[in-house]
Design a binder for this molecule. Structure first.
Ligand code: FAD
Ligand code: UDP
Length: 399
């Protein structure tokens, strides 16, 4: 009999397993239908000995000191600031759009102030910014929207940006300075030895049992558990009783080339050419040295395959709300993660969401308290009575 069965060994499931096992002394079984831990962040050394991400590029970035501090217990880090170029009009230009993007695209020599003025002139007035098209045309106008966003978004999501919620393209800022970083978060790092190694450390605890190649449908008949954490697709859990929630998928084509380096940055986006959206070259992300080979991944969007992206549009949000009401009828089942809560979340947001759920389960008031490991710090005072070490060892009564 386990205290918790956790379905899915990605960030959501693994963080909860660690907290419940280590901090609350619960017996946990974590399962995944894949043959590895780490969920979509799984990485591995390929046949050339190069560390690659099986499910496309994963770059860690966060503004949450708690999330960063928590994950730092399980990995050392490599400082890494992500830069992306977009192949547009025969040039490789910085994306997010910045001062250099516009100057190099149009052969201009704007200053930041002039570019702000230029955007004022070309942006389209939108009364109520609702869609992913609205977001971009209301900031940089139609030409830049069509060159950098429309084609990419149509490929990536299989629909026009005008059909997608504004949150999708709002992920990409517009800048009038020369900052060409993809993210501006306070903490931007890659796990020094990779994500999989980090997950091994997260799950390394005697209270945690791991079963891979195991789906919830098959194991639920054979194993006893008091509580369930479900990080798979929420509609799957309820047998699609209200219909399927759409998830966008990707086909990843991995290649190793006989050249030391292919492209100037880790990711090059192709908004207007090819069926793939982007090419990732891992050596830039990991800093790995390899004299004469490099490994890359092409991403081909598709409706077939594993569910990767919840599709942010109003009717899907409405359908999700119906499932959410069902989840609220099950007090011992907890839905969390990108698929479990149908949210287009980054890794750090999923970690924060999992820690918040743990805080609720363990009666902690804040994220800071949720990452405080109490069992380890406790001192026995008399049989059955524990005093947290935050009271300090000297003040604690003798055992
Ligand atoms: P997942 O990682 O999807 O884990 C869920 C696990 O549950 C899976 O391993 C699945 O096999 C298992 N599972 C599901 N159903 C069942 C079942 N019924 N039985 C057993 N097992 C089941 N985020 C960033 O912060 N930075 C990035 O650069 C970034 N890049 C990304 C690139 C791509 C191509 C994608 C797709 C995502 C990217 N993300 C990135 C987002 C990141 O992958 C997610 O935020 C994170 O992996 C979500 O973790 P999770 O635990 O919720 O879900
Ligand atoms: N996007 C785009 N052109 C780009 C980069 C992004 O149109 O060159 C849009 C596209 O709709 C994409 C969204 O912005 O899905 C968010 O981009 P992000 O890089 O955050 O996507 P992810 O890494 O999650 O796939």
């Amino acid at each position: 009999m386990y205290d918790y069965l956790i379905v899915g060994a990605g960030f959501a499931g693994s963080v909860l397993a660690e907290r419940l096992a280590k901090d609350s002394n619960k017996k946990v079984l974590i399962i995944d239908r894949r043959n590895h831990i780490g969920g979509n962040a799984y990485d591995f050394y390929n046949e050339a000995g190069i560390l690659i991400h099986k499910y496309g590029p994963h770059i860690f970035h966060t503004n949450s000191a708690e999330v960063f501090e928590y994950l730092s217990r399980f990995t050392a880090w490599r400082p890494y600031e992500h830069r992306v170029l977009a192949s547009v009009a025969g040039k490789l230009l910085p994306i997010p759009i910045n001062l250099d993007t516009v100057n190099w695209l149009y052969g201009r020599d704007f200053t930041s102030e002039e570019l702000e003025q230029y955007f004022e002139e070309i942006k389209e007035p939108v009364q109520n910014v609702r869609t992913s098209e609205d977001v971009v045309v209301s900031q940089v106008g139609r030409d830049l929207y069509e060159k950098f966003f429309r084609g990419y978004t149509r490929k990536q999501w299989g629909m026009d940006p005008s059909e997608l919620d504004k949150l999708v393209t709002s992920r990409i800022p517009t800048r009038t300075n020369r900052d060409d970083r993809y993210f501006t978060d306070e903490f931007q790092y890659m796990p020094l030895h990779g994500y999989t190694r980090m997950f091994e450390n997260v799950l390394d605890h005697p209270n945690i049992h791991i079963a891979l190649n195991t789906s919830y449908a098959e194991i639920k008949k054979y194993v006893g558990f008091k509580n369930l954490v479900f990080t798979g697709p929420v509609d799957e859990y309820f047998d699609y009783c209200y219909g399927k929630l759409p998830y966008r998928s990707l086909q990843f084509v991995h290649e190793t080339l006989d050249t030391p380096l292919l492209q100037p940055v880790a990711v090059v986006n192709y908004p207007n050419d090819h069926e793939y959206t982007r090419i990732t070259e891992y050596k830039h992300l990991t800093g790995q040295q390899h004299a004469n080979k490099t490994s890359i991944t092409y991403e081909y969007p598709s409706w077939e395959g594993d569910p990767y992206y919840p599709v942010p549009k109003p009717e899907n949000a409405t359908l999700y709300q119906k499932y959410k009401l069902l989840t609220e009828t099950l007090p011992n089942v907890h839905f969390v993660g990108r698929l479990g809560t149908y949210r287009y979340y980054n890794m750090d947001q999923v970690v924060a969401q999992a820690l918040t759920l743990y805080g609720k389960l363990a009666n902690r008031k804040s994220l800071k308290e949720a990452i405080d490991t109490r069992i380890e710090k406790k001192h026995v005072t008399s049989p059955g009575i524990y005093v947290p070490s935050t009271i300090s060892v000297a003040a604690a009564p003798e055992a």
